[in-house]
Design a protein. Structure first.
Length: 445
């Protein structure tokens, strides 16, 4: 379900984004595009881009000087969320700064619940085969209550959720997805008036197998218990609040509609931390001991890779709202891993088109050295090359997020002197961008 008519939505045909125009990089409109110079100083204008790991208002909170992020643009999996959905999220958490992955978290819970009801059991090994089919074919419905009514009347559902039609592919991930093209304003916060939306992927690539036949209408049974593995601490903690709110709102809606298998859905919350700690492992152990049937999370691809075997090996379903590494597309997950977030192959296409639309001919990429960063960086680089750039015109540098500083990586960007710099990372991105600003090649002009 995509709402609103003010945003321009551009669809992809196959893997090619037809158009993705955006306002020129930087705060001075005379300086947009490749190789342009500042009229006062003669210095080169460098366009700076971010991605879902850092394109949030939490990044702006690290900058006190006005305009330090002005003009920085980037991509994130994002649907134009309906105002009433945002309002309901704010009732859960009035302090929300962003809504990134809130819709994906909500939809992950709803799909899990519908799959369990369709299968007539809370056992993940039995309801996992129903997950893909919940997102396509059958009768369309846009909320849990409407979908539950279809199931209870003997029909099959096609859940078109908060984040769109979904239409999962065989790998248990969206065949197409909506991305937001975001931009920071002079106040170092995202300027919503400049946000545009594009569609990447193709619904035609959705799976064709709708799964097993549904259980008898109105089947009841033991309660479904859902656990969360979301970033309350660590370098993705800024994503935690909207994800937690999305999960809680979904649980509220499910239980208000009568629950699953005739029982209220139970929720057991947990922290994922980040890949530098063993928080996720400890949380997963606790969740499994508590008897959860499904775990929503993790947000970090690197974290999920450390726990996916433990979760699926225990016969529990893992459903991430934010994992984007393309490693999961072919991972041996025993049919128990799913995600509402699109694979980075789709975000990389949207990002490459955004970079190309601004006329950049030489690109520096600074990427966190983890499955998320390296995967998105390589896919973006490959798309830029397929679009006509030479390999020599792209300088991809990976970095250790735990490093004491990023002076060396920033200096390499200074020496490369690109038209554009892409920063693929998490909370450490603020220190990298501060370093770029100090060298005159960041978003600050």
């Amino acid at each position: 379900m995509r709402t609103g008519t003010s945003a321009r939505v551009v669809a992809l045909t196959g893997a090619v984004l037809l158009a993705a125009t955006a306002c020129g990089g930087g705060s001075d409109s005379d300086n947009s595009g490749s190789g342009s110079t500042d009229g006062d100083s003669g210095s080169k204008q460098v366009n700076v881009y971010g991605v879902d790991g850092n394109m949030g208002n939490a990044l702006g909170a690290d900058f006190t000087e006005e305009g330090a992020l002005a003009g920085m643009k980037g991509t994130t999996p994002l649907t134009e969320l309906a105002g009433d959905f945002k309002d309901r999220l704010l009732e859960i958490d009035p302090e929300l700064q962003d809504y990134n992955y809130a819709g994906e978290s909500y939809d992950a819970v709803i799909i899990t619940a519908l799959a369990a009801q369709a299968a007539g059991t809370n056992q993940a090994t039995a309801f996992g085969p129903y997950v893909n089919g919940i997102t396509f074919g059958g009768d369309q419905c846009e909320d849990f209550a409407a979908c539950l009514a279809i199931i209870n009347n003997g029909g099959n559902v096609d859940y078109d959720g908060i984040t769109g039609p979904l239409s999962f592919a065989d790998a248990g991930e969206p065949a197409e997805a909506s991305f937001g093209l975001l931009q920071f304003g002079d106040d170092n916060q995202l300027d919503d008036s400049l946000t545009e939306y594009v569609i990447a992927g193709d619904e035609a690539n959705a799976a064709s197998d709708e799964g097993p036949a549904y259980a008898a209408p109105g089947t009841t049974g033991p309660a479904l218990t859902i656990g969360t593995l979301l970033p309350l601490t660590g370098n993705l903690a800024f994503l935690g609040p909207p994800e937690v709110a999305g999960v809680q709102l979904a649980i509220n809606d499910i239980n208000a509609a009568g629950g699953v298998l005739g029982q209220p859905v139970a929720l057991v919350e947990g922290d994922s931390g980040d890949a530098s700690t063993d928080t996720a492992t400890q949380t997963v152990d606790r969740l499994l001991q508590s008897g959860v049937n499904a775990i929503i999370g993790a947000a970090s691809s690197g974290v999920s890779l450390t726990v996916i075997d433990a979760i699926t090996g225990a016969g529990v379903l893992e459903f991430s709202p934010a994992n984007t590494s393309d490693q999961f597309t072919t991972y041996d997950d025993k049919g128990l891993y799913f995600r509402t977030a699109p694979a980075d192959t789709l975000q990389a296409r949207a990002l490459a088109d955004l970079i190309g639309a601004d006329g950049n001919n030489t690109i520096g990429i600074l990427a966190i050295n983890d499955p998320y960063g390296t995967g998105l960086a390589e896919n973006t680089k490959n798309n830029l090359i397929s679009d006509g750039l030479s390999e020599d015109s792209i300088n991809l540098i990976t970095y250790d997020p735990q490093a004491a500083n990023f002076d060396s990586e920033v200096q390499q960007m200074v020496d490369f002197n690109p038209d554009a710099i892409v920063v693929i990372g998490f909370e450490e991105s603020s220190r990298i961008i501060q370093g770029l600003n100090a060298q005159g090649i960041g978003p600050q002009r």
